[in-house]
Design a protein around this ligand. Structure first.
Ligand SMILES: [Mn+2]
Length: 327
């Protein structure tokens, strides 16, 4: 898909939007987009907008890959949203984006949403990271990257591709191109390793202790409850060996849920956690979505227990066998 930027001379202000609780992919992609725009529209002032803060890791990365603080304006000539997935993940900015009179662009590797407000979108769900798409944009626009920017994209690609375990040939080519420009693989791996967050460690161990195990068609399904870090906890349950895991927690009268599955589960069952589970479970009472093997949702009604039983019922339907608890 070709990427067309608006008439650059008319652009004086740009906002690059990251998703809520910015992760390494959304932030470092925004960082690289800012560099690219600096080359093709040097007179424009570029802000990186991060609704609702960053993850711990992103905070650390934002010190190495720092960007001037954002300018707060009523509106921008150009708004580029990157790695967003669901509009709700823009927090208050979803409404500002909708009502903006500027040109709105989306660069994403999450499935597209209906009624999205963008004037143009570069969406490729086969890409393992948004950063890989941003690299493609830099090539298409003929912007030569500096080593620091290549490093930012490499870190983001390693982060979102699970250290290249879900990399495609195109990802690997991008990685080699970035290394040729001056990015360093060892340094990229090192800056993704951080000392443990003990809040997260406790959340994982508590959730593991409380987890309930089910089997259906020989698949192992693990569910648990915890008040924070649902995504990392769900991932850790699959690392313990569950084929698919759901972790839910009640936070501020909402129920937050995160789903993770192994690739083998996805390939053999064709169950898409984003559309078949997260979107379906939140329809009409919240929002949700995501990728085939990683998804999340937020419900404005219900509780942990009813959400878990709803999920198990859905798994029963999709797998055509009722999950049986292993005690
Ligand atoms: Mn991403």
């Amino acid at each position: 898909m070709a990427f067309v930027l608006p008439e650059t001379k008319s652009v004086k202000s740009v906002a690059i939007l990251c998703h809520r609780h910015a992760d390494a992919d959304t932030y470092l992609s925004a960082y690289a987009i800012s560099f690219i725009l600096g080359k093709i529209m040097p007179d424009a002032r570029v802000s990186i907008i991060i609704p609702d803060g960053m993850s711990m890791l992103t905070k650390k990365l934002a010190e190495s890959f720092s960007h001037p603080p954002p300018e707060h304006r009523e509106d921008y000539d150009l708004i580029i949203a990157v790695d967003i997935g669901h509009l709700e993940l823009l927090g208050d900015w979803a409404e500002k984006l909708r009502s903006s009179s500027g040109v709105k662009v989306l660069i994403d590797h999450h499935p597209p949403q209906d009624h999205s407000p963008y004037d143009q979108a570069l969406i490729d769900t086969s890409s393992s990271s948004a950063a890989e798409l941003v690299y493609g944009v830099s090539k298409q626009l003929g912007v030569a990257l500096e080593p620091k920017v290549a490093q930012a994209l490499l870190v983001a690609i390693l982060f979102d591709s699970q250290y290249l375990s879900i990399a495609s040939p195109r990802t690997l080519r991008a990685v080699l191109d970035l290394v040729d420009v001056g990015a360093n693989l060892d340094e990229a791996r090192a800056c993704l390793r951080s000392s443990p967050d003990y809040g997260e460690v406790i959340a994982k161990l508590k959730a593991a202790k409380r987890s309930r195990i089910y089997r259906a068609k020989s698949w192992v399904i693990a569910v648990s409850t915890v008040g924070s870090f649902q995504a990392n906890v769900a991932r850790s349950l699959t690392q313990l060996g569950a084929d698919v895991a759901l972790v839910v927690g009640e936070v501020d009268s909402e129920v937050k849920g995160s789903l993770r599955a192994h690739q083998r589960f996805q390939t053999e069952t064709r169950i898409h956690l984003g559309t078949d589970i997260a979107e379906a479970i939140s329809k009409g009472r919240g929002y949700g979505g995501g990728h085939p093997t990683a998804a999340s949702f937020t419900l404005t009604s219900g509780d942990e227990a009813s959400t878990l039983s709803r999920f198990l019922a859905m798994m029963g339907e999709l797998l055509k066998e009722k999950p049986v608890e292993i005690t």
